[in-house]
Design a protein around this ligand. Sequence first.
Ligand code: ATP
Ligand code: MG
Length: 286
Amino acid sequence: MTNSIDELDIFFPRPGQSITRKMGVVVGGSLSKGLDIKLESNTHVEDVAVGRYVVIEGEQNRFFGMITDVLLDNINPMIQSIPPDVSDPFLQEIYQGFIVFGKMHVSPMLIIDRLAEKPLPVKTVPIHFSNVRLATEEDVNLVFGPEDETHFYVGEPLDMENVPINLDLQRITERSVGVFGKSGTGKSFLTRILLSGMIHKDVAVCLIFDMHNDYGWEIQTERGHRVKGLKQLFSSKVSIFTLDEASSLRRDVRPDHIVTMSWKDITPEDMEIRQCQDNLRFHQSQ
Ligand SMILES: Nc1ncnc2c1ncn2[C@@H]1O[C@H](COP(=O)(O)OP(=O)(O)OP(=O)(O)O)[C@@H](O)[C@H]1O
Ligand SMILES: [Mg+2]
């Protein structure tokens, strides 16, 4: 196959190119459900982590994807009922990678156009036995872009140190964007970094409904460290509005504006929506 990576490329990368070792080959899957990759016998299953970016060298296209699952498989299901004695390292070596092996599940996300070297939406899957390798900094930069005037460095992907992710803030503000994740995985921290970039580079005006005081003046990490909020970072560009001055003062936050609702602004429909929110307080205007 012409586009598979030569072993020599790993040891002697071509100028401007860093190549990673082949991790496995595509053995099945689909575009909607993701691809099944059988790991090479020299790829240790415990080194494969969910969330890492990989590149799949198809015959006509290069695919960019993310590892979504890691699993153990075998060629003979009997082995699950009668596990062999692998105290002998020689036997362990024979079993590992041949009779039992690791697999991973990869969600294809983009196709990298080989000629234009730009990312396109993924509409197909790579052929059987296409090579899979970890994405390099060059691959990630082709997708997100290098750090420059418009691209803002937001951090590194999980388990991929030295692979910076630089997001095009202008494009982010043109689209509907969400930050999703399990509780405690860093959603608020990442959102604060994105908002900092937008404010710093003046790409958009942000109206933030900060229900949990995640962005305004100061935030405490789970380990108790104090982290600066947007007001401390960009004092002249950020205004804090509060509905509850007492709560702000309790947290040593000096709000720029106190919002007071007049009784006449509140309709029965509003009360219907908020009826389950017992602790909502209104101030009567003079
Ligand atoms: N980029 C980061 N740098 C340093 N620490 C971080 C970073 N991201 C997350 N953390 C740590 O992880 C903790 C949880 O992060 P964060 O509050 O952003 O999670 P969350 O997904 O918003 O959680 P929740 O679902 O509870 O709102 C933080 O208190 C902090 O200790
Ligand atoms: Mg949060």
